[in-house]
Design a binder for this molecule. Structure first.
Ligand SMILES: [Zn+2]
Length: 292
């Protein structure tokens, strides 16, 4: 039996060949081979459709039980063959080791490979991330329980979404786009609302306090800028789904971060502005204390 490493490594040659079959511009940056899951990084943008096509192709070739042939050839001969993949710029030897998956892929490599593709098993692409100009791809071999797990999620989603499996992706795409536009409309409405903050004057400093419900930080900064005159402190609380945020802005001798620290240890900032998280209305108590 070939080692798991040889199976993984040969699968990696073949999966990459399948990917460049659809996206010839892809280039390998590095590979992290692991017995459980192999990760590789490539230059070039990818998407699920390409990866699923590549997965289908690699599994088709594997099932055709193709021989993996290894031979030594002169580097000059290798250079003349455009179908051979390899880091020609790094090779100094006169002869190179050519690994060929019969009629599918030719690659210069000194690693360990299987003798026939039937020894590999089934390839499952377990994930990919787009990292700007690069992409990260992960795959496993014979990961049937994971495959059933993923299929289970898709089947549960058909009930959640009330559509057939084939319509899941378009249905969720529409849902996401509707959510984004509703959020945008909500933000526009919120920005039009005029707020009436609580105002208190303590030792020559004007304190403004207002409680918001589910605003974004950018919006709160804009609201604070409207209020923040000389010798003033603005204290906002903002109820989000999980926590109550507290934002303090100061244009006075009062330090925003010092004031925040009196309320909560969770947060940070500087003299002029600070942001943290509180579990309850402690800021009201603090303000109340200061005014007495
Ligand atoms: Zn190899």
């Amino acid at each position: 039996m070939p080692s798991i490493h040889a199976r993984m490594h040969t699968a990696e040659h073949m999966l990459f060949r399948s990917m460049i079959n659809y996206k010839p511009e892809l280039e390998i940056i590095k590979v992290e081979t692991d017995e459980e899951e192999t990760k590789f990084f490539v230059y070039g943008k990818l998407d699920w459709d390409t990866m699923l096509n590549a997965e289908e192709l690699v599994n088709k070739i594997i099932s055709e039980e193709r021989d993996v042939k290894i031979k030594e050839i002169p580097i000059e001969e290798a250079r003349k063959d455009d179908s051979i993949r390899g880091r020609f710029d790094l090779i100094k030897e006169k002869n190179v080791r050519l690994v060929e998956v019969d009629g599918f892929d030719k690659c210069l490599c000194s690693g360990e490979h299987v003798k026939n593709t039937k020894e590999i098993g089934k390839v499952l692409v377990t994930g990919f991330n787009s990292l700007g100009k690069k992409s990260e791809i992960r795959f496993k071999l014979d990961a049937f329980s994971e495959l059933y797990g993923l299929a289970g999620i898709a089947r549960k989603l058909t009930t959640v979404m009330g559509v057939e499996t084939g319509n899941l992706v378009p249905a969720i795409t529409i849902l996401r786009s509707n959510y984004e536009s509703s959020k945008k409309q909500l933000r526009e409405l919120q920005n039009k609302l005029e707020i009436k903050p609580e105002v208190k004057s303590i030792n020559g400093i004007t304190y403004y306090h207002y409680e918001f419900d589910n605003y974004e930080k950018q919006q709160l900064n804009a609201q604070a800028n409207k209020l923040l005159k000389e010798n003033s402190v603005v204290v906002f609380t903002n109820k989000t789904e999980r926590v109550r945020q507290i934002l303090i802005y100061s244009n006075s001798r009062i330090s925003a971060i010092d004031l925040l620290k009196r309320v909560t240890k969770k947060g940070g900032g500087n003299e002029k502005s600070a942001m943290g998280v509180v579990e309850n209305d402690e800021i009201k108590r603090i303000l109340h204390e200061k005014s007495n």
